[in-house]
Design a protein around this ligand. Structure first.
Ligand SMILES: Nc1nc2c(ncn2[C@@H]2O[C@H](COP(=O)(O)OP(=O)(O)OP(=O)(O)O)[C@@H](O)[C@H]2O)c(=O)[nH]1
Ligand SMILES: [Mg+2]
Length: 238
């Protein structure tokens, strides 16, 4: 398999079908062989049914997974990684914050790099939600100050990675919790000297449905994650 696209979903019924179609439209004309893996945590709104109803297209395989025993963004991505078979792996949100039109460039850069980060904070990147843009920008400065790794968007969650490079990292240590897994992933990728590049992406607003982000606990958990990475004594992840 050429490319695996992992889509963690919770209550994304009204977004997921359009997103899968848009991913196929961006990659299939390039002759890429792709699999799309939706990892749903038993959403009550019928997200998994919407995935399964998606009509098959030549060259594109859509696989639906429903977890009933576990819930959480990072472990859902971890599960998708374990199930995937692509040499190149893409991870993105399923509400159109992340645009499928960026994927071809991101996977192409994997010929040269191990990890390609969709970044809001390199020239040309941005975010429709201006308030959140400013907050994320300032918070990323804090993370850079603590970790000193030069990664401009440690909160992205939109990335493409070479399978081999990804599996060289401690995946169980990294993929825990909510979006803070991305702080761990990028920090560990830097420490292991993976070749990393950030490409500009623009986050549009969620199309349908509701946000699962809880900002109070995110701020606490992300800050704790960054500080633990910085001040840990041993070489383990946290
Ligand atoms: N499988 C799984 N996916 C999740 C879980 N929580 C969030 N997601 C998915 O993770 C992605 C990010 O969640 P969002 O709710 O969009 O978070 P956000 O981007 O901060 O919030 P918005 O401003 O509403 O876009 C989406 O694709 C969600 O469906 C979860 O517990 N399990
Ligand atoms: Mg979102």
């Amino acid at each position: 398999m050429d490319i695996s696209v992992i889509l963690p979903t919770y209550c994304e019924r009204d977004n997921i079908e359009n997103l899968i179609s848009a991913i196929e439209t961006s990659l299939l004309p390039l002759g890429r062989e792709i699999e799309i893996l939706a990892v749903d945590d038993n959403s009550p709104d019928g997200t998994a049914e919407a995935v399964r109803a998606h009509p098959a297209r030549p060259g594109g395989q859509v696989r639906s997974f429903v977890r009933t025993q576990e819930r959480g963004l990072a472990t859902a991505i971890r599960y998708g990684i374990q199930q995937s078979s692509g040499d190149k792996i893409v991870v993105m949100d399923t509400d159109f914050n992340h645009s499928p039109s960026n994927i071809p460039q991101m996977v192409e850069l994997l010929d040269e790099y191990d990890l390609v980060i969709g970044s809001r904070f390199v020239t040309g990147g941005g975010m429709e939600d201006r308030k959140r843009y400013t907050f994320s920008l300032v918070y990323n400065w804090f993370i850079q100050l603590v970790l000193r790794h030069g990664i401009r968007d440690s909160l992205s969650g939109f990335f493409a990675v070479r399978r081999q490079a990804l599996f060289s990292l401690d995946l169980d240590g990294i993929f825990r919790g909510y979006g803070e897994y991305f702080i761990r992933l990028t920090y560990n990728a830097c420490r292991r000297k993976l070749k990393i590049v950030e490409v500009p992406v623009f986050y549009t607003l969620r199309q349908h449905g509701f946000s699962k982000s809880r900002f109070g606990s995110m701020l606490r958990d992300y800050t704790l994650t960054a500080l633990t990475l910085r001040f840990r004594k041993s070489d383990k992840i946290e």
